[in-house]
Design a protein around this ligand. Sequence first.
Ligand code: ADP
Length: 204
Amino acid sequence: MRVVLLGPPGAGKGTQAQIIAGELSVPAISTGDIFRANVSGQTELGLKAKTYMDAGDLVPDEITLAMVKDRLAEPDAKAGFLLDGFPRTIAQAEQLRSSLHDLGNALDRVLELVVDEEELVRRLSGRRMVVDGQEVQRDDDKPETVRHRLKVYREQTAPLSGFYDSEGLLARIDAIGSVEEVTARALRALGVDGGDESGQPASV
Ligand code: ADP
């Protein structure tokens, strides 16, 4: 199964991506994680991406697209994947569609996690990661950067919802609730919960 997870910063994409990908037995591919690993490893890609990330801006498409293309060409992504944080612009979505088309593939489903902005700001400003046993705040989770990331999301990424809806791929789910509740809604929308529901895409 080839799935894109869409949703604003703080919607819980990373958490859900890991769980859902496990259920689907496909790799979870997070462009944010790949960028962060490159920043910590001080690679050329990381050095290029860091300034944009710290400012809460999108990394330019030419950098991002090359990276994703390489990642999708790896053997573990052949039979399916769950993309988290990509695409984030219409241009990236079009590029993804054409790369998959060249391989004779297409997306099966786009799952949008829906959370209102007030809740997002609350979650992001309280979010901490554990690095070397210490709780730290991600540089881009500082309040002013959070507001900017949400603006970038509204302007550049939110239009993907309409783009994928018009392709008949979109399922929107309410992402407020416990992790387990949201996972259950997500799996139902993907038709893989194995429960007694019809497997029809859920809506908010
Ligand atoms: P979040 O969803 O919490 O904003 P991510 O971990 O997905 O965080 O991304 C962190 C940062 O990495 C983004 O703010 C952006 O700078 C960069 N990034 C990640 N994915 C992309 C992408 N597809 N296109 C451009 N930049 C990206």
